[in-house]
Design a protein around this ligand. Structure first.
Ligand SMILES: [Zn+2]
Length: 287
């Protein structure tokens, strides 16, 4: 029998549970399971380091890979724990949950950067250290004036990390309203990020870069979750850029191959997938 080349492994998917609707879990876990399978040992390490439900998933994906349980059983086990902790957020039956609720369980509140507020006018500097960068962020854009159409996610993130929270108290003494800037230092690279998308014209950057102590780390776009009509689907992007579509109802345990990820403005088209719209994107560290 000829050996299969490991990197052409076909992505798998989770089959939707019609009794206890599972599409929000199916979409997010399908992306994570396929990412994990690309380098199971290292991802188990990263998932475990992150802890939370992601850590549990790393262990369970190994059991799936060893043929001990199915992906659906793994999902159901994780789901049972989430339901026990927050039954109203993770209900059973003909109910769906939201991706942001799943993300909050997946990624415990771990911070990867420290921020310090400074005033560019008077050089005031506050002595607080703000915990800045988390694995789950809501990429909401406040107004189209502030963010013109077609702004890239990298620009959003840059702005998010450099925006101060208060007005300068020192400038206020002389009657000037001056917003403070945030000087953020990334202390550790987040291995995975899930960004909740609330702006339809945000361009999903192909990669996010972080400088940690002079070393550059890259996270690549690896998954998009779509929602609409009380159902979630997803796209998984392989290491080589091949894109796969999954819908737990229509494609079941497999994924359908699509065109490769396109460059530039074409990526705005990724906001749509059939009738559904993107609700979240997942970036993962380039190993
Ligand atoms: Zn000032």
């Amino acid at each position: 029998m000829p050996h299969l080349i490991p990197h052409v492994r076909k992505p798998v998917g989770l089959i939707w549970d019609s009794e206890n609707w599972s599409c929000a879990y199916d979409a997010s876990f399908t992306i994570l399971a396929n990412l994990w399978a690309e380098d199971s040992q290292r991802w188990t390490g990263y998932f475990g380091h992150m802890g939370g439900v992601l850590g549990e998933l790393g262990v369970l994906f190994q059991s799936v890979s060893d043929g001990m349980v199915t992906l659906e059983t793994a999902r159901n086990l994780v789901r049972r724990g989430m339901n026990a902790r927050q039954p109203d957020h993770f209900p059973y039956g003909s109910n769906t949950t939201s991706i942001d609720r799943i993300a909050q369980q997946l990624f415990p509140s771990k911070h990867f950067a420290v921020g310090r507020q400074v005033c560019r006018r008077c050089h005031f500097c506050d002595d607080k250290g703000y915990r800045m960068l988390e694995s789950y962020l809501s990429a909401g854009l406040k107004s189209t004036d502030e963010y013109p159409d077609g702004v890239h996610l990298t620009s959003w993130l840059e702005r998010y990390l450099s925006r101060g929270k208060q007005f300068c108290p020192s400038c206020r003494l002389v009657g000037v309203r001056q917003k403070l800037d945030m000087q953020t230092q990334v202390t550790e690279v987040p291995p995975i990020m899930l960004l909740d998308i609330t702006h339809k014209r945000l361009v999903f950057s192909e990669e996010l870069c972080f400088n940690v102590g002079g070393r550059l780390f890259k996270l690549k776009l690896r998954g998009i979750i779509y929602g609409g009509q009380a159902h979630f689907t997803c796209r998984f992007i392989q290491k080589d850029g091949s894109m796969w579509f999954h819908d737990g109802i229509t494609t079941g345990n497999s994924c359908i191959r699509e065109n490769r990820l396109q460059d530039g403005e074409d990526r705005l088209q990724l906001h749509k997938c059939g009738e559904k719209s993107a609700v979240a994107v997942i970036y993962a560290l380039v190993l």
